[in-house]
Ligand binder design. Structure first.
Ligand code: SF4
Ligand code: SF4
Length: 414
């Protein structure tokens, strides 16, 4: 299924009335600059690869299927200011442009270093690459509409008239699947799609894409080999290749090693293994992070894993760092001689866990501020509403800062 938007962020927003008091905005942005500086966002200067080596890499996941360019642009701005190392988004030209717009806008406020932009693709059917779909005309008029209430992305909007009108807002649906089981009439379908290697290679050749993430099912490697080969020499443009793998038990490392041997001949950049715990669930509750922690413990204890950084995702939230600390895996390394874990990371070795990617949880804590801003100002640039930007930035700094160990009295860390 081809996924694209007809307009880019600028067009969306220029159609709205922009706030006029630019002098006040400029003055109020000083608060934002002070927040970034007083938090001591170290990533103002530290390159993303160094964060991976130190174990404090943070990636914002906008969502492999999330394509609301207005939200994506504002999320990218907020999390760039908070010092993330990478922003992961759908492999769609409009979405990539929106991410880069947000990054540029952040860099115009504070001269922070640019995070890498990563596009997410799949080599086979995958939960992250689907959209919910239903025909509201098929829905009973008296349905209590639990689908609307359960959607974390506000992607289902229904209006009651002589029949139900509206339905799924395609660009906002990111495929979490929560609406599917709650429909009492079984009216909702999941429409899956594949990102093709040729279109992906074209995107990778743009000068504003730095990294790619390939979602795999962790069981067989034929489709991965086909996708990798379809990318051709475009992979030489990349700074990082991430492979997302689920925990399939003992076979996990065997499959990882096979995929690494497929990539190795033309891999000329860093590589990373994204340990995908419980997909798209970090916003559900504290316990959602347990699966990815168990996966990290499993991989950390495995001797024959292939080269590459390890990074957590899938269910990650404010509890993830705490869980890593409890397992002795936070910013530690395994001494190659005696196998003992140590908190000291020297210049010559990498941390055991490179970092954490946050998706649904990161979008939730900032998203509620974006919703509140939109209810007051419509589809605005968040930097035009500095009070909202400050509030959003505090949330983002608390989350990113828990990995990067920012210290600031104004930032609440769990
Ligand atoms: S609940 Fe999830 S799958 Fe359903 S519409 Fe919302 S984002 Fe899409
Ligand atoms: S819950 Fe099912 S039947 Fe009810 S409005 Fe949603 S899709 Fe239609």
């Amino acid at each position: 299924m081809a996924l694209s938007l007809s307009c880019c962020t600028s067009l969306y927003i220029h159609n709205q009335v922009r706030l006029s008091n630019h002098v006040n905005i400029k003055n109020n942005l000083k608060i934002v600059k002070n927040l970034v500086h007083s938090a001591g966002v170290p990533s103002i200067a530290i390159p993303p690869q160094e964060s991976l080596q130190k174990g404090n890499w943070v990636k914002l996941i906008c969502g492999a299927s999330f394509e609301d360019v207005v939200d994506i642009r504002n999320l990218s701005l907020v999390y760039t200011l908070a010092g993330v190392d990478c922003i992961d988004c759908a492999a769609d030209a409009s979405v990539v442009s929106a991410v880069n717009e947000g990054i540029e806008a952040a860099m115009n406020i504070v001269p922070i270093r640019r995070p890498w932009v990563m596009i997410s693709v799949n080599d086979d059917e995958d939960l992250h690459f689907r959209k919910a779909a239903f025909d509201p005309l098929d829905c009973p008029l008296d349905c209590s509409r639990p689908c609307e209430a359960v959607c974390p992305a506000n992607a289902i909007v229904l209006n009651k008239g002589d029949s139900l009108e509206g339905g799924v807002i395609n660009e906002r649906c990111y495929g979490c699947g929560r609406c599917l089981p709650v429909c009492p009439y079984d009216k909702i379908n999941a429409v899956t799609y594949l990102r093709d290697a040729v279109t992906t290679a074209q995107l990778v050749r743009r000068n504003d894409v730095d990294a790619i993430e390939i979602h795999t099912n962790g069981r067989q490697t034929d489709s991965f080999e086909e996708f990798w080969s379809g990318m051709g020499d475009s992979v030489s443009n990349l700074r990082l290749v991430a492979i997302s793998v689920p925990d399939v038990g003992k076979a996990t490392t065997t499959v990882m090693n096979t995929m690494f041997s497929i990539m190795r001949p033309n891999l000329s950049c860093y590589n990373l293994w994204q340990l995908d715990g419980r997909p798209m669930s970090g916003d559900i509750g504290r316990g959602a992070t347990r699966e990815v922690l168990a996966f990290a413990v499993h991989l950390a204890a495995t001797e024959d894993r292939p080269p590459g950084f390890l990074q957590l995702a899938g269910g990650t939230n404010a509890q993830t760092v705490k869980g890593l600390k409890e397992h002795g895996l936070f910013q530690t390394r395994r001494n190659p001689d005696d196998g003992i874990l140590t908190g000291e990371i020297s210049n010559s070795c990498n941390s055991l866990i490179g970092g954490i990617a946050y998706g649904g949880y990161a979008r939730k804590i900032v998203g509620r501020i974006l919703r509140s801003m939109q209810s007051q100002h419509g589809l605005a640039y968040i930097e035009d509403c500095p009070a909202y930007l400050s509030e959003a930035l505090r949330e983002a700094l608390a989350l990113v800062g828990s990995v990067k160990c920012y210290v600031h009295p104004g930032i609440h860390q769990e």
